[in-house]
Design a binder for this molecule. Structure first.
Ligand SMILES: Cc1cc2nc3c(=O)[nH]c(=O)nc-3n(C[C@H](O)[C@H](O)[C@H](O)COP(=O)(O)O)c2cc1C
Length: 195
């Protein structure tokens, strides 16, 4: 698929068919994560692929009962090896949330290119996820995503216009930066997710 088509096509999918993802397809999308950039090229990531149905259910519960996650063929859990990542990048912040987010976004876009659906899951109980997946204490969970064949065509969620989010040469915006604007779109029917 053409690159900009993939960017436009990717949407959060919250209904899945149970069809199995062929191994070569799954490996290609995981490889997209492997090839992502990271601070100092430390690659502080580890991805857990969860396919066992009972475990998928338990993980969905740990994601604050977002049960749709367990419908997908696999769930990928993106873990950060916090001690391996650059701890004070530019002397102000740790790199691991960035490193993992970039790698997971590579995976999500590669999945869209393969006709697969995903949904970034940031709402989860980290301790529950860690206990279930035997993740060591010094490792952090950054996000999860179901990966599977979509059983819905998600509605397009509104995005701000370029002129609202870009300025040139200096910071300039017409947005009220003191308070979050309410998205003007109406909530999707049956949408119970606040992520
Ligand atoms: C950091 C982050 C956390 C999110 N957490 C959740 C979540 O826990 N559950 C969920 O259903 N969607 C979650 N989402 C998906 C967003 O709701 C979705 O990306 C946004 O509404 C735009 O819709 P789109 O992805 O279809 O373009 C999350 C997205 C991001 C980037």
């Amino acid at each position: 698929m053409e690159y900009y088509e993939v960017i436009k096509k990717r949407k959060s999918v919250r209904k899945y068919k149970s069809d199995r993802i062929p191994d070569d397809v799954l490996n290609r999308i995981l490889d997209a994560g492997r090839l992502a950039p990271s601070a100092k090229n430390y690659q502080p990531w580890h991805f857990i692929v969860i396919r066992e149905p009972e475990m998928k259910q338990k993980v969905a519960e740990a994601c604050v009962n977002q049960h749709f996650i367990a419908e997908a063929d696999v769930i990928i859990c993106g873990c950060a090896l916090e001690k391996i990542a650059w701890d004070r990048m530019g002397n102000y912040m740790a790199s691991w949330p960035h490193d993992l987010s970039i790698a997971l976004d590579h995976i999500i876009l590669a999945a869209a290119n393969e006709g697969l659906g995903t949904c970034w899951i940031g709402k989860f109980d980290e301790k529950m996820v860690k206990d279930l997946l035997q993740i060591p204490e010094e490792v952090r969970v950054v996000a999860l995503t179901p990966v599977g064949y979509p059983a819905e065509v998600p509605k397009e969620r509104r995005r701000l216009e370029l002129k609202e989010i870009v300025s040139y040469e200096k910071f300039e915006t017409s947005r009220n930066i003191q308070i979050r604007e309410k998205p003007s779109e109406t909530k999707r029917q049956g949408d119970t997710v606040k992520g």
